[in-house]
Design a protein around this ligand. Structure first.
Ligand SMILES: *[C@@H]1O[C@H](CO)[C@@H](O)[C@H](O)[C@H]1NC(C)=O
Ligand SMILES: *[C@@H]1O[C@H](CO)[C@@H](O)[C@H](O)[C@H]1NC(C)=O
Ligand SMILES: *[C@@H]1O[C@H](CO)[C@@H](O)[C@H](O)[C@H]1NC(C)=O
Ligand SMILES: *[C@@H]1O[C@H](CO)[C@@H](O)[C@H](O)[C@H]1NC(C)=O
Ligand SMILES: *[C@@H]1O[C@H](CO)[C@@H](O)[C@H](O)[C@H]1NC(C)=O
Ligand SMILES: *[C@@H]1O[C@H](CO)[C@@H](O)[C@H](O)[C@H]1NC(C)=O
Ligand SMILES: [Zn+2]
Length: 507
């Protein structure tokens, strides 16, 4: 009883303090003070400071009504694993609206999981000269070759898919089994198929290797990237910052191209795409390397990135490391290598994945502070940020945005119910953040709308409204690697599309 009597008094006292009211004796709670506190909190959240136009307020009212209905749905999609929630989300009017909304840029997406796997199987594996083998542990590998390829260790003899398919009456089941190898998405119970982080990460890595031989074949590489941009564009995303390994790309005769060729090809395909779609703003590349490599490999990668930055300053945005943080080497291990650019007077921007973990207090958990110490421009995931008050404060003060990828965090088992995602707290205080999709192809998603849905309906709750969505979209330009002048152009383009979206949907 003591506690419950003191709480309103404490709130009233807080209101007195915060709002400068003369309160006198602490009587019961004052409804006006309560209202003021509620408004104060609402003004602190993402979008809380934005003034909406009349048309935007109309759309906001509609969205609010739709959201209230959404909240009453059972099962409630954000509380359910995405694999089971996907059909529920597709049927949601809030989701339909989010699909139409101009979402700005996707700032955290990986090169070989950006495209719908169905496309990859239907398009790439149906081309001539495509060979497949099955590994010891029931995964698959591919290669395109003009001659019969040399056998791979731990893999069955190669089979030529055109020959195999020619013998089948119906290739649907076969194609589905290939799709199944290239994505984590499953119709079965995801918690039974992936009981632990270790299991889901193993499958993730196997799926990645299954895709590898297809997407590193030059003709597929170009079409895959073009298709990736097409999927983003179809979802009303206008800009991309792609984390890319820039691997050697091979031709049918086995000859290969180096990283500079790969980067130049990204640039050419991007130019072709923007020429075909003038309201798409463009793309930049963040060069990445697997975080499991040793210091000498990392040195070579950093030096290569500096060289590419010198030769391709328009398309190369910076550098990052990929792979499971919990298993790879922590950033601190590479501190000397990562200081090389600064020592040589080169500005190589970093976009580090950090804090994609729930291993509190480990070396890996330390990555968040170390990323900031090493001047990262953004933080990939930052799932653990709330547990690091100093890192959080630094990130806010320096405007180092957190790239929040809700579906990825759920599928890779950091959080089950997306109402409990830590970004809820970050959004409640307008922490610099953007919403992104990480590996949509792996997760059975596409574009940004699914992740926006989980953010907006899941951890956004009833409080996040049209203003929050508008601010999130603008954040994706504000915290991009574009120059201030480019950001201005992109923002103008975005604003035009936004105004159209509002006027077409506010009624
Ligand atoms: C794959 O996609 C490309 C680009 O859209 C297209 O030109 C090609 O015909 C497709 N190939 C197959 C086998 O579907
Ligand atoms: C599958 O086999 C490969 C190669 O033999 C091995 O590196 C990998 O760890 C295996 N994965 C699993 C899940 O057993
Ligand atoms: C091929 O098999 C699938 C799944 O078994 C089936 O749904 C489909 O109707 C079949 N197609 C033809 C042309 O028989
Ligand atoms: C992967 O492909 C193999 C060979 O086609 C198949 O036996 C296996 O069921 C597939 N795995 C999944 C998860 O679909
Ligand atoms: C680092 O890794 C590479 C590739 O795995 C290997 O060739 C090299 O010997 C390693 N260097 C050291 C110092 O361990
Ligand atoms: C980070 O920035 C500081 C201040 O500009 C600089 O002294 C330091 O070398 C930078 N660190 C890295 C790893 O780039
Ligand atoms: Zn990532």
């Amino acid at each position: 009883m003591v506690v419950s009597q003191q709480r309103p008094h404490a709130a009233a006292a807080a209101a007195c303090l915060l709002l400068g009211y003369l309160c006198g004796v602490l009587a019961g709670p004052d409804p006006r003070q309560r209202e003021a506190l509620i408004r104060l909190e609402a003004s602190m959240q993402t979008g809380g400071q934005l003034e909406l136009s009349d048309a935007e307020r109309q759309l906001d009212a509609l969205l609010f009504k739709l959201k209230r209905e959404e909240m009453a749905r059972a099962p409630f999609p954000p509380a359910v694993h995405f694999f089971k929630a996907r059909d529920l989300i597709r049927a949601s009017p809030v989701f339909s609206l989010l699909q139409k909304m101009p979402k700005g840029g996707a700032l955290h997406v990986h090169d070989f999981s950006m495209v719908d796997v169905e496309w990859l199987v239907k398009n790439a594996t149906h081309r001539p000269h495509c060979y497949m083998c099955s590994t010891d542990n029931r995964s698959i590998r591919f290669i395109f070759s003009s001659r019969w390829p040399k056998p791979l260790p731990h893999c069955s003899p190669w089979i030529l898919l055109e020959n195999l398919r020619a013998k089948m009456l119906n290739t649907t089941d076969f194609d589905d089994s290939i799709v199944g190898n290239m994505t984590l998405f499953t119709d079965q119970d995801p918690d039974a198929v992936y009981p632990s982080q270790d299991v889901v990460w193993d499958r993730f890595e196997q799926a990645f290797l299954a895709v590898w031989g297809l997407v590193t074949y030059a003709p597929v590489f170009r079409d895959y990237y073009y298709q990736g941009l097409t999927e983003l564009y179809a979802d009303n995303v206008m800009y991309l910052e792609l984390r890319a390994l820039l691997p050697e790309i091979y031709e049918l005769d086995g000859s290969t191209h180096d990283a500079a060729w790969t980067l130049k090809t990204y640039q050419e395909v991007t130019r072709r795409f923007t020429a075909d779609h003038p309201d798409f703003f463009g793309a930049r590349i963040i060069s990445t390397i697997y975080r499991g490599v040793n210091a000498s490999m990392m040195t070579r990668a950093v030096e290569k990135a500096m060289e590419l930055l010198r030769d391709f300053p328009d398309i190369l945005a910076g550098f990052d490391m990929v792979g499971r943080e919990d298993r790879g080497r922590p950033l601190w291990f590479f501190r000397d290598v990562l200081s090389l650019p600064a020592e040589r007077g080169v500005t190589l921007p970093f976009f580090f994945h950090a804090g994609e973990t729930n291993l509190q207090g480990t070396d890996v958990d330390q990555n968040l502070l170390d990323a900031l110490l090493m001047n990262t421009s953004r933080i990939g995931h930052g799932f653990a940020l709330l547990r690091h008050p100093v890192a959080k404060e630094l990130s806010r003060k320096r405007g180092v945005a957190v790239e929040v990828c809700p579906i990825s965090n759920q599928v890779l088992k950091l959080v089950n119910d997306l109402r409990n995602h830590p970004a809820a707290a970050l959004m409640s205080e307008n922490h610099p953040l953007v919403i992104s999709s990480d590996d949509p192809g792996m997760f059975g998603a596409s574009g940004l709308s699914y992740d926006f849905y989980e953010a907006f309906v899941g951890f956004g709750g009833m409080r996040s409204r049209l203003g929050s969505l508008k601010e999130l979209a603008m954040n994706s330009i504000r915290y991009s690697s574009l120059t201030p002048e480019q950001q201005q152009v992109a923002l103008t383009l975005w604003q035009r599309r936004w105004d159209t979206f509002v006027s077409e949907n506010a009624f």
